[in-house]
Design a protein around this ligand. Structure first.
Ligand SMILES: [Zn+2]
Length: 317
């Protein structure tokens, strides 16, 4: 619906809200067991399951970012830079204005190892993949930690739109290649002294000679390499095939950091296609559009538990 104004035409609240009822978002008051049953039925009846995974999925599976975990692993960084607004967890610390590249990579090599390369919280991912083994699935993920692939999902069935912890790129995105940095991060980890790496380890862009950066979408220099576009194409093929079939969207721990990648497009798909339903699992933000009626289940609970309960229920069917 376009908001363009024609002469003498009023822009109504309905058109301003793109046709969505103003009171649409609700926390469903259906009891938990019934919600689990409904979600399991949706999956049982589906031929296609498109999983949308956000940070909440990794957290539910056991990944840690802040609190005691951060103090134990990044204590020397807190001591050096102050706890301030940044050195609280592995999300905010990445935005600290590090004084030089040696300090920058001193920090990021550690986050890449702890947050992705060495992270193994795959049992929950595995449980879910096993339960969906007879479905045609695809995973759209904003996570950088590669847990679904570590759990055995073939790489061609996942599209990680925001990059990962395993690759680096030109800091100014001067060319569209990304570079495997796993070995480099291990070397940096060994050589780190006082939160810094030695100068000779600082990576340089092989094309422009400038700085390198993580291949994570955190500014507009993010490099989308050939592999990224291949994943995009596979995702597009999958959705084109599934869109008029029995398709369930299984949204796992997607909040409001980047709702434009999974959360809002999922809602749009359900709104526009009667054959598509949505299961939204979230610890605190499982609100769903009421107008979706029985085609949406929003379970506001510990996601690890919800997933286990749904899987049990699917097995029983
Ligand atoms: Zn460059």
């Amino acid at each position: 619906m376009k908001l363009r104004k024609f002469p003498n035409q009023k822009i109504t609240l309905e058109s301003f809200l793109c046709g969505t009822p103003a009171r649409d978002y609700i926390y469903q008051d259906t009891d938990y067991d019934k919600q689990i049953g409904n979600a399991a039925k949706m999956i049982h009846n589906a031929d296609y399951v498109l999983i949308g995974a956000g940070a909440g999925m990794s957290t539910a599976a056991g990944a840690q970012y802040g609190g005691k975990f951060f103090e134990e692993n990044f204590g020397e960084f807190q001591k050096k830079y102050g706890k301030g607004p940044y050195m609280q967890d592995m999300y905010y610390a990445g935005f600290y204005p590090f004084p030089d590249e040696e300090s920058y990579w001193g920090y990021w090599s550690k986050q890449a190892l702890l947050g992705g390369i060495n992270l193994d919280v795959t049992p929950l991912h595995r449980l879910l993949l096993n339960a969906l083994s007879d479905k045609k699935i695809f995973v759209l993920s904003t996570n950088a930690d590669a847990q679904f692939v570590k759990a055995g999902l073939p790489g061609e069935k996942i599209f990680c739109t925001q990059g990962d912890y395993f690759h680096i790129q030109c800091g100014r995105g001067c060319h569209d290649k990304i570079y495997d940095a796993v070995d480099l991060f291990y070397q940096m980890d060994q050589a780190r002294i006082d939160c810094r790496i030695p100068s000779f380890m600082v990576p340089r862009c092989p094309v422009c000679g400038g700085t390198m950066d993580m291949n994570l979408r955190k500014d507009n220099y993010f490099v989308q390499n050939a592999g990224w576009y291949e994943s995009e194409e596979r995702f597009s093929d999958y959705l084109s095939e599934a869109i008029d079939k029995k398709l369930v969207l299984l949204e796992l721990g997607v909040g409001f950091n980047t709702p434009t990648i999974i959360r809002f497009p999922f809602e749009k798909l359900v709104r526009e296609h009667d054959n598509i339903s949505l299961i939204r699992l979230n610890l605190e933000q499982a609100i769903v559009p009421e107008s979706f009626g029985k085609r949406a289940v929003g379970i506001n609970a510990d996601m690890a538990e919800s997933i286990k309960d749904i899987v049990e229920e699917v097995k029983r069917k």
